[in-house]
Structure formats: C-alpha cells, structure tokens
Design a protein around this ligand. Structure first.
Ligand SMILES: [Mg+2]
Length: 282
C-alpha cells in the first residue's frame, strides 16, 4: 500500500491519497456500472462465491469449506471489474488444481447468471413497473453525472457485465442518456473488449494526456487500468447493501490498486468535481 503521503481530507468523506498533479483538464470520464452507479446487481459476490465454493467442494482433494471460501473470495475480488468469464476461467483452473474436471467456463458463467437472475428479478420487475429509482442507484449518482455533463465532459459507461444487460439496466436506472451510445460491456467474444482497451482507445482517438481522462469505479481493474494510461483514478468504496458508509475491504483494495481519490458514495459530488476541476484546494 502506498503510504508515502499522508491522507488528505476534503469535505466529510473525500479522501485524497495523491492529488493529481494537474487538475481542471478533465474532458472524458469513464464509469464502471455495478457498485459505482447501480445497485441492481447488489449481492452478486455472494452468489458467485457460493457457486465457486460448491464447484470446488465436489473435487477429490477439496479442502474445508472455510479454506475454499478464502480461495474463491480472493480470486473473485481480484478479478472484479473484468468480465465475468475471467472469474469463471479461474474457477475452472482451481477445479483442475484440486483434481476435478471443470465445466466449460462459459457453462459456469451461465449457471451464475441464472442464479443471479433469480436474486435480482424482483428489482428489475419493480423498476420496469415504475418503482422509485433512487434506492437502486448509488447515492448522488445523478448529481454527479448532471454536473459532469454540464461541464461538457464526455461520459462513458464500461462494465464487466454482458453488454445487453448493462444497456437495459442503465435505461431502467434512468442514466443511459448521459452516455448515449457510449455504453460498453462484456461480449461473447470476450477478448474483443476490456476496460484497458477502451481507455487506450479514448486516449488515442482524442489525443489525450492523462489529466484529461478520469475513471470512476469500485473495482480493482478499472483503477489499475486508469493509472496505466496515466488517467485520474477515483475509487468508490461503496456499500452495496445501500447503507451509508465505507466498504473497508473495497477501500483497502482500491487504494492498493492506485486510487488517488476515494469516496464512499457520490453525495459530495459537487465538492469532488470542484476539486477535480481545480476550483477547490484541500
Ligand atoms: Mg463495479
């Protein structure tokens, strides 16, 4: 973990680990979806974890449940932000390591999606029937997107969830119009897309310097990718239960991944943007 600089605080809950050297130039902003803007898929980690532990329990050299849970939790979280198939590929590898014969990772993925569908069906249904959207959004999401749009920033949505689901769920949450056609997710041809590839493409297409590109996300992968293209990495250690406060585990991992700024939600988005645009100092 980077401890070279003391944490600086802004407002009630914005933590700054290393202020971007240049501020005020952001033109493009890339958002993760689940856990960053959306709570529709909240609880996916537990579903994936139980699927993975069950698969490993059936192997000849299975360890005790607690050990298997640790193994699975580790790789699931390490790969959070990448497309689901990578987690399932890792599961297949673990099954093999434990002397078992794995299913095709794509089969594991469909098993997982079916289980998850069972968990979130009532949320999708409620939203389709016009339920209040705010309980399914991370707090402050709309104000943040409104303000970025007002400032002329081009926003992109990039998710490890399959693209048709991301598009449908962004519509249900009423956030699709901020991104128009710039919504990206996992494809069947999984090598055709990654967050890293998208960031590089945006940078190259627009001839950007790092300070012109910001990434907002709750996953290890988008934060690491942001830093690798010299972009500004804003981590959100959100509690997916919808409660207020930090997810301490996410916070620690995102900081390790290189997040420069951390928030628990977007409630202080006005202050955050004012800092990012160089109008407010710590
Ligand atoms: Mg996420």
């Amino acid at each position: 973990m980077s401890t070279a600089f003391p944490i600086q605080h802004l407002g009630a809950n914005i933590e700054i680990y290393s202020a971007p050297p240049v501020r005020g130039l952001i033109q493009h902003a890339v958002f993760d979806f689940d856990g960053t803007l959306s709570l529709i898929r909240a609880g996916w980690q537990e579903i994936m974890l139980s699927l993975c532990v069950e698969a490993l329990e059936k192997t000849p050299t299975a360890k005790d449940c607690a050990t298997l849970t640790d193994i699975c939790r580790d790789f699931i979280l390490q790969l959070t932000g990448r497309q689901t198939i990578y987690q399932m590929m890792h599961l297949a590898e673990e099954v093999r390591k434990h002397g078992g014969t794995p299913c095709d990772p794509l089969d594991y993925k469909w098993q997982y999606l079916n289980l998850l569908q069972g968990k979130i069906a009532h949320r999708l249904e409620a939203l389709e029937q016009g339920a209040e959207k705010n309980p399914y959004r991370i707090r402050g999401s709309i104000a943040l997107l409104d303000e970025l749009t007002r400032r002329g920033t081009t926003c992109y949505l990039a998710s490890g969830t399959d693209e048709p689901f991301v598009i449908a769920e962004a519509k249900l949450l009423g956030v699709d119009h901020y991104f128009s056609e710039r919504i990206y997710g996992a494809r069947d041809d999984y090598q055709a897309f990654s967050k890293q590839m998208l960031l590089e493409q945006i940078r190259n297409d627009h001839g950007l310097h790092g300070a012109e590109l910001a990434v907002f996300g709750d996953g290890y992968v988008e934060i690491e990718s942001a830093r690798s293209v010299d972009g500004i990495a804003i981590g959100i250690a959100s509690l997916e239960s919808g409660e207020q406060g930090w997810d301490e585990w996410k916070k620690e991992r995102l900081r390790t991944a290189g997040a420069q700024i951390m928030v628990p939600d977007w409630q202080e988005s006005a202050l955050l943007l004012s800092f990012l645009f160089g109008e407010t100092d710590v």
